[in-house]
Design a binder for this molecule. Structure first.
Ligand code: ATP
Ligand code: MG
Length: 252
């Protein structure tokens, strides 16, 4: 097993003349919940797309679960799960059918039904599995997408704003389930969020990003201590990015 679950070295993504990700370097240990934080347009989703092999880096390199995202993309894909920022579950299928489609796509044959049921149970959706997803609440849809992303038992799970648009109770349920996934499966989790309380509650390490660059990173309590006594992650966000949270969290 490689030393790091995720490592990136001078990773860059350019769109025309615009540098969306600017020499990003990071090392994330196995079993860590890592939070990438920053205002709209900071480059968070673009970073996730490069690490999940959905977008080719312009320069630099990254390894996920021990494999190079540019030259060993198939190996990386086999070992990761991904919850995109946009809703991805099919509203015209039931929860169970959504997972079945995904399992077929991923070539999961062995114990397929058992794995689907386990994922649904872990996300507390067993009772709703035969209902059409269009009748799910937002929190249920997000939990279904997390269930889907863990079907192939990924070593590393990427979640782009897993609690976007959810009410506080639904957010807490997602947090609980994410923590449980890490505990039971030892999954390394890379997430983005605009909620600083969520980052503080869930993440072992956070990194603040703005205009494509990582500005600072570390365990939440170490970062807050560094930015003054009584500082919260909200304060660190404002200090580092110069933006009030209300402005940056426009998705919420
Ligand atoms: N395919 C693309 N073509 C051109 N520009 C892009 C493309 N994808 C992203 N960008 C730009 O790159 C920058 C970073 O976008 P990205 O989606 O990574 O931000 P983000 O940090 O995820 O923001 P948010 O919090 O709003 O989700 C933005 O300025 C965005 O407009
Ligand atoms: Mg994004």
């Amino acid at each position: 097993m490689s030393r790091w679950a995720i490592e990136a070295q001078d990773l860059c993504k350019r769109f025309g003349s615009f540098l969306a990700v600017d020499r990003l370097s990071l090392c994330i240990p196995h079993g860590c919940v890592f939070g990438l934080l920053g205002p709209n347009g900071a480059g968070k989703s673009t970073t996730i797309k490069m690490l999940t092999t959905l977008a080719a880096p312009t320069s630099g390199s990254a390894r996920v679960a021990g494999y190079d995202v540019s030259t060993e993309a198939v190996q990386v894909r086999r070992r990761i799960g991904y919850v995109p920022q946009q809703q991805s579950a099919d509203p015209d299928l039931t929860g169970f059918e959504n997972l079945l489609v995904f399992a077929r796509l991923y070539g999961i044959i062995e114990q397929r039904r058992a794995r689907i049921v386990e994922a649904l149970e872990l996300m507390d959706l067993a009772d709703a599995k035969d209902r059409l997803v269009r009748h799910y609440s937002g929190g249920m849809v997000r939990r279904l997408e997390i269930a889907q992303s863990m079907l192939n038992d990924p070593e590393v799970l990427f979640m782009d704003e897993p609690t976007i648009g959810l009410d506080p109770l639904a957010r807490h349920t997602v947090w609980e389930r994410v923590a449980k996934l890490r505990e039971t499966h030892g999954t390394t989790i890379f997430l983005t969020t605009h909620y600083m309380d969520e980052a503080a509650a869930l993440c072992g390490i956070v990194a603040f990003m703005n205009t494509g660059k990582i500005l600072d990173s570390g365990p939440p309590h170490e970062l807050t201590a560094k930015y003054g006594s009584g500082a919260t992650l909200d304060d660190v966000f404002i200090r580092l990015t110069g933006q009030p949270l209300a402005k940056s969290g426009t998705h919420a």
